[in-house]
Design a protein around this ligand. Structure first.
Ligand code: NAP
Length: 329
């Protein structure tokens, strides 16, 4: 640990949650660092237009990322471009964050590393990735002008991105394994009214086919067993999200899908001094507004944790909650 840089708070990942944590840490004069290996913005960079972030009527994802980034670093939180490899938890409460540019040591870590799209895991998906198989409509949609496309999934992402893809495509077939959608009713209604969108419900994709480029998908009706082929030039897969929760070397309590469980009052995980916010946290929904809210709470609680830890007065979640409640009284 001799050569390690020392901070009070390390924020891991610069999506909306991480950028909010950096903003609050900087503004509150905490000694904090924000680590990110790619361009700051997280999922914002994969989203075309944002219309559901309060206070901003309509903004491009890439523009909101830039504003959040400027605001976050404007208050003094250092942004370091680094890949986090592992986080070690020590008996005295300190954590060592192992990164591609060296070790960083701090008592508090806020995990805001988001996640990655879940794979469909069918033949052809890996082989044709980047050759018609995509997980990002904003990134790849423009390559499919006048093409017929398939979108797989029935959540907000599938329906929203399916609608987005009709800007370019001549037809979008949304293939969903059930009759009912997980997506918000408003989005499903919008898709139903879009003349370029067709639905193939109760169907799963068995394989993605093509030699060099995607040519079709093989589908199967889960009710009748009937098999079919949908001819498409591209397949966009939106079947959920896998949280980046594998960095810490000790067990952190999580739900069955791997998302971290956090205390509702502090966003602290089951490991004292490790907080989680945004898409790595177990919650009903994963919106920009919820990520921002989680991160605000997590940062204020983390600062409090550090203060108490320095005085040797704190051990676990119960201590921190007790302290927060005492302060409010
Ligand atoms: P999601 O809500 O988990 O939906 C995943 C969809 O993929 C579900 O319809 C699921 O089907 C289907 N699916 C899962 N595994 C599958 C498989 N192996 N084969 C076929 N289908 C499969 O994921 P998401 O749409 O990526 O959204 C993630 C979070 O981001 C959600 O909380 C969502 O609300 C949020 N989000 C919000 C917005 C917005 O508000 N504008 C936009 C995008 C995302 P079942 O329904 O049958 O399980």
């Amino acid at each position: 640990m001799a050569d390690a840089r020392r901070f009070d708070i390390v924020i891991v990942g610069a999506g909306p949650a991480g950028l909010t944590a950096a903003l609050y840490a900087g503004r509150n004069m905490e000694h904090a660092v924000l680590l990110e290996s790619k361009a700051p913005g997280g999922q914002l960079l994969n989203t075309e237009l944002i219309e559901d972030y309060p206070g901003v009527k309509s903004i491009l994802g890439v523009d909101l990322a830039q504003v959040m980034m400027d605001q976050a670093t404007g208050f003094g939180t250092e942004l370091v471009s680094a890949e986090v490899e592992q986080i070690l938890v020590h008996d005295d409460g300190l954590k060592t964050v192992r990164t591609s540019v060296g070790d960083i040591v701090a008592p508090a870590v806020i995990l805001t590393a988001g996640g990655n799209p879940r794979k469909l895991e069918v033949p052809g998906e890996v082989e044709l990735a980047g050759r018609g198989v995509s997980y990002c409509a904003v990134c790849d949609g423009a390559f499919f002008r006048d093409a017929e496309l398939a979108v797989v999934g029935g959540g907000d992402a599938a329906v929203e991105e399916g609608i987005f893809l009709t800007r370019y495509a001549s037809k979008v077939t949304i293939i969903h394994r059930r009759e009912h959608f997980r997506a918000q009713g408003l989005l499903v209604d919008e898709a139903r009214h879009n003349p370029k969108i067709e639905f193939l419900l109760d169907n799963v994709v068995d394989s993605i086919d093509g030699d060099d480029l995607v040519k079709s998908v093989s589908v199967r009706n889960v009710q009748t067993g009937e098999k079919g082929t949908v001819d498409v030039g591209g397949v966009f897969i939106f079947v959920g999200f896998l949280p980046n929760t594998g960095l810490v070397d000790v067990h952190i309590d999580h739900d069955e899908a791997g998302y971290y469980l956090t205390h509702p009052m502090t966003m602290m995980t089951s490991v004292p001094g490790i907080f989680a916010a945004g898409d790595v946290r177990s919650q009903l929904t994963r919106q920009i507004s919820t990520a921002v809210g989680d991160a605000t709470t997590a940062t204020i609680a983390a600062a409090k944790w550090v203060e108490e830890w320095k005085r040797g007065r704190i051990e676990g979640d119960a201590d921190l909650v007790e302290d927060v409640v005492e302060d409010r009284e």
